[in-house]
Design a protein. Structure first.
Length: 124
């Protein structure tokens, strides 16, 4: 796979994670509160007091690792369940946000494929 392409994907994904992860703390991007089932689900997660801060910290840390090109394979594995849950949330509860969620999952998948040699020992 073209290294310039994967470099761009890695940087875009890293920036997106840092920005949206930091937004969970600093609230600098105005976002509409979801309604209906999506709103109920988000309110439940928020009521725990720990889910959003932990996800925000993880997103920022993963984004920084991707931008610094340090432990990329590890960062991508940490991101996999987060990106899958983002896609599932949007597919089942908030369809309008699905395209961006799918883009994050696709970028994560592309980069995992790029670093597949580092994951091979896990399957043997």
């Amino acid at each position: 796979m073209n290294s310039m392409f994967t470099k761009i994907v890695r940087i875009v994904l890293g920036v997106a994670l840092v920005v949206f992860g930091a937004n969970k703390f600093l609230h600098f991007i105005p976002m509409e509160a979801p309604t209906g089932s999506a709103g109920d689900f988000m309110n439940s997660l928020g009521a725990t007091g720990y889910v959003f801060p932990i996800v925000g910290v993880l997103e920022v840390m993963i984004g920084i690792l991707l931008l610094m090109k340090k432990w990329v394979a590890f960062a991508l594995i940490l991101l996999a369940p987060i990106s899958i849950n983002i896609v599932l949330f949007h597919l089942f509860l908030d369809i309008p946000g699905s395209p961006f969620a799918l883009l994050i999952l696709i970028f994560n998948t592309i980069l995992i494929f790029k670093h597949w040699q580092q994951y091979k020992p896990l399957f043997y």
